[in-house]
Write a new protein. Sequence first.
Length: 726
Amino acid sequence: MKTVFLRILEAEDKANALREAIDKPDEAFGKQRFEVETTSFSAIPSSPFAYWVSQKLRQSFKELPPFETDERTTKQGLATADDFRFVRCWWAVTPRHVSQRWFPFAKGGKFSPFYADVYLMANWDCGGEEIKNNLNEQGVVRSNVWMLRDTAANFFFRPGLTWPRRTNGLSLRAMPAGCIFADKGPSAFVKNDNTDDLLALAAITNSSAFALLVSLQLARTELAQSYEVGLIQRTPIPRLDSTDRSTLARLARRAWALKRSLDSRTEMSLAFILPALLVVEGDAIAERASAYAETAAIIKSEVMSIQDEINHRCFDLYGIDESDRGSITRGLGTDVLNPAETENDPDVDADADTEENGDSGGNADTVSLAAELVSWAVGVAFGRFDVRLATDARSLPTEPEPFDPLPVCSPAMLTGHDGLPLASAPAGYPVACPQNGILVDDRGHAHDLTTAVHLVFDVVFKASADEWWREVGAVLDPKGHDLGAWVASSFFEHHLKCYSKSRRKAPILWQLSVPSGRYSIWLYAHRLTPDSFFQIQNEVVAAKLAHEERQLTSLVQGLGANPSAKERKEIAAQGAFVEELRSFLDEVKRVAPLWNPTLDDGVVLTMAPLWRLVPQHKPWQRELKSKWDDLAAGKYDWSHVAMHLWPERVVSKCAKDRSLAIAHNLENVFWVEADDGKRKPRLTSTRPADEIVHELTSVAVKAALKELTEASVPNGPKARTRRSSS
């Protein structure tokens, strides 16, 4: 016996639609009126009332093999239970070829079929022992939180496909070999890790046909869905012959390459090569911006064409005819077919990037492209990026395969033959880079940042460098047309925004300044050492203060005993600047003895002791101050900075918390393996805790910490964008 279903969801006049569906059954049949044998619903997992599709389509769940077979499997991955501690952005940690602590971490993200940059790293040192033994606030091991479903850890580091578990539309993308995958980024694998099998599977799972079959099981139209492993496992996969497999693999490979080519213009991506304005031709910035917009549009159009071809082929492979395609669309809504249009839905996984922090590879806005060019030039000035890629003195890197292991760093970076970032520029390199990672915002200084960036323009644009400098300045600083002023006042905000992803703020170029903004010191985080602030104190700030004091003395003496009102104002301004520098020097002196950076702690904790030195950026200063207070309160005792500053507190915790002991290489001191193979606290440690504390305690550090803690909060005038001239 069949059941009659009347559907009027799409009708504006529902009362009239209902009346016509009843009065004119023949006209409404298959549109507003459906007659279905309800027992057929059981063919679909969870038996949803999918009355609007054909019996043939429902039966596909029984006639075709499910995703989960001997040839394919899906796994749900790692939940660290403390991402702030165990997850980093790739650019903010020690390269993994130097330290085997951090591994690429596929953790979901936003809707992005075929390709998405894996920009996160997870601490999986010693097989994740530090994560596995992490305690919660009640001192209980979080094993029920971090635990891996099934045998997921056995699939770590294998090539596969991964997807965001909760996002607007299902999107599987290539996951390179060598990755760990997350609870929020489930992954799929094929037998023998065959590349063509994976690519063909990527094509199928990104097709409209597969998306429709997945959504059919949910039988609802909310935009943000939860694409759980079980849901994917039950979805049928069509049988492929060798031709189908080869064709689908070719299409997926091309889509991956095209999307990656756009990402190669994104500075934070592991695919980054050069900024967009340096990969197209043109005499002016507007001309190049237009050319890049056209290039990006062509690439996106080709991706759409590939997607259309995949959709067409997969509809045929599934045997979904035109009538079913239309009825499925009516039943589930067009958002299933075009989920990217709904990326900003508030229910999407909170770990996904927002549009402003996401992939900017296809962004052709002139202001954005100009800022990206300057950002790259600043990176070149510090020795982070290789300018030779822009001058053809170094060949562009070859494109990798979709499942090749990820590089240590992006191909844009200045690296040696081992693929690791260089600590200093090689012989004959055209740009002088500060080996100590320090530049200043001080016109006329030998290491002035603006001058260094201008030199990069000289190398890249040659005779047109000054013209490009003025044009970029006009775009970024419309009022003053001063690119140097934009670098001094606005670049850090741009950098912080770009280098903050998935709620992780990880700037690696730091601006320390006096409150007025008239003087700044810029630091490249990866070049800093425990001696950096002594060098800043003695060779940079003290020298600057002495220079400005001489300027003040000369000014007072030169204007005589009766200066005019304007001259008195000039003297007062110079005197105020000198006082700012004196206060700034005092702050640097407080930090220098206790400074011992370890970027593996995360940028925010590493920078936290410097919170008093960033008054120009109030929200960032508040964040650093908050983390500094948390450090002092013992919230992050797993960090190296906590052990460096408060060893008496941290060492005692290591005897009770194995995860902390592992973090600080004290596990064997306080913990021992029992007969059952598990680790337990030693009755007597191999070394007295007091001895370890004494070894780690520095009188100079303690004195500096006391002074820093007791010092009053620095005050100063509001930030200004103009700088002094040396």
